[in-house]
Design a protein around this ligand. Structure first.
Ligand SMILES: [Fe+2]
Length: 258
């Protein structure tokens, strides 16, 4: 039976991340993101009528989901997975592989079974077909919560920092045609299709299409960050027109659900 000791997880997470330089914008960003995602996981779990124990598990998924980010940044100096490693899988490797980082967060045998798969798949394009129902529920909660907070990160952090680019490049580049096509079709963008810095911004907007639970959509709307991202003002006329098209597409999605 899973037993989540929130105090221990909070303490150990603070201790683990203290080994990284929190004065660095990117590290700070991921620490804040972690606490936010954990909180959102709990809210979504609550909206689904889950028990306290299940809510604790959802919260723990949020607390550990990005544990791979810190080593990713230290080793590769980027958060862009396609230029480094799949941070989600890397996180599960750190937790359950040779290093057994999981032992810091849970007493022997207490770690929830769903944790590994939920974390491993949290940023995947789609969940694997063969996933059992319970794991799928927690994985979906985590994926929704992560997306909801990504909207905030896109607004509160300088975009050029998140995407390792310059302001000039960000405000002058165009959205790739394949990325626009994914938005027109109303689904997330495959990682391999992202080529320009603004593709990353556009693909984050597309995450809104993927929110599964009504509570997640409500939370995303309530926050208002998505509207701010949509208001991005490029200096390139073509990109401005692309954003106008995206805004209209999102309006339709919010009005009709498709
Ligand atoms: Fe992540």
């Amino acid at each position: 039976m899973a037993k989540v000791d929130r105090g221990r997880i909070r303490r150990e997470f603070a201790l683990y991340t203290s080994a990284y330089d929190a004065s660095q914008e990117k590290i700070k960003l991921k620490i804040i993101h972690t606490y936010r995602v954990a909180e959102l996981c709990e809210k979504i779990a609550d909206s689904l009528g889950m028990t306290q124990e299940q809510k604790d598990v959802a919260w723990a998924c949020g607390m550990l989901h990005d544990i791979g980010r810190f080593e990713q940044l230290r080793r590769y100096d980027t958060f862009v997975d396609s230029e480094s490693i799949d941070h989600a899988r890397f996180g599960t490797e750190l937790l359950f592989g040779e290093e057994q980082l999981i032992r810091r967060f849970f007493a022997e045998g207490d770690a929830p079974e769903v944790l590994r798969d939920a974390i491993a798949c949290h940023s995947a394009y789609r969940l694997p077909e063969e996933m059992d129902e319970t794991t799928r529920a927690f994985a979906t909660i985590l994926r929704d919560a992560d997306k909801v907070d990504i909207f905030r990160v896109n607004v509160e952090s300088p975009l050029e920092k998140i995407y390792n680019t310059t302001r000039r490049e960000l405000y002058s580049c165009e959205i790739s045609e394949e990325v626009m096509e994914a938005l027109r079709q109303g689904h997330a963008v495959l990682r391999s299709l992202k080529r320009t810095p603004i593709d990353h911004v556009a693909s984050h907007i597309a995450l809104a299409f993927e929110l599964v639970y009504p509570k997640s959509r409500e939370l995303a709307k309530e926050q208002g960050y998505l509207d701010t991202i949509l208001a991005f003002e490029s200096q390139n006329p073509k990109t401005r027109a692309q954003f106008e098209e995206i805004r209209q597409r999102m309006r339709r999605f919010y009005e009709t659900g498709v």
